[in-house]
Write a protein that binds this ligand. Sequence first.
Ligand code: IMP
Ligand code: MG
Length: 171
Amino acid sequence: MDVLIPEAEIRRRVDAIAAEVNRDFAGRPFTVIGILTGSLVFLADLIRLIEHPHQIGLIQASSYRGGTTSGTLVVNDGLLPDIKGRHVLLLDDILDTGQTLSRLVEHLLHKGAVSVKTCVLLRKIGRQTIPCEPDYTGFSIPNKFVIGYGLDFADDYRHLPFIGVLPDDPK
Ligand code: IMP
Ligand code: MG
């Protein structure tokens, strides 16, 4: 498998993002919300580098149903703590079309968040169809289907410690 981003490079970028978050969220009660399932590994690494008290929440949004093509977005916020009056840092594994992130920002503001900042580990170049500018971006990557570090293909490969390109890219 082709390794696009090795483990050590991910670690360095997560460190740098955490430093920015530590600076920007100092003294504000905030909630880090991870979008299931892809952001889990990123969330676990990032929160352990955050130096201020914060709560954690999870929300589910799936637009990829067992393949690499986009479907309808299904949102499940049953696991979300109360975010009324709180600042939110919303995390996703990858920004592709922008549908997931833009929809969820609206959803969280509607649920009473005071502000929502967005953070993605990866951003695919030239794929955004819905205007959406993340506040924090790990890496901009070419338009390839990637797996590992939380990202899946048909729910496999999430455990890989690096970001790899899916062999025989089915796109
Ligand atoms: P968007 O709504 O089109 O921006 O898609 C974002 C979601 O699609 C992410 O949360 C991922 O779950 C999934 N996704 C997009 N591209 C990839 C990829 O290359 N590998 C794995 N999942 C992807
Ligand atoms: Mg996802």
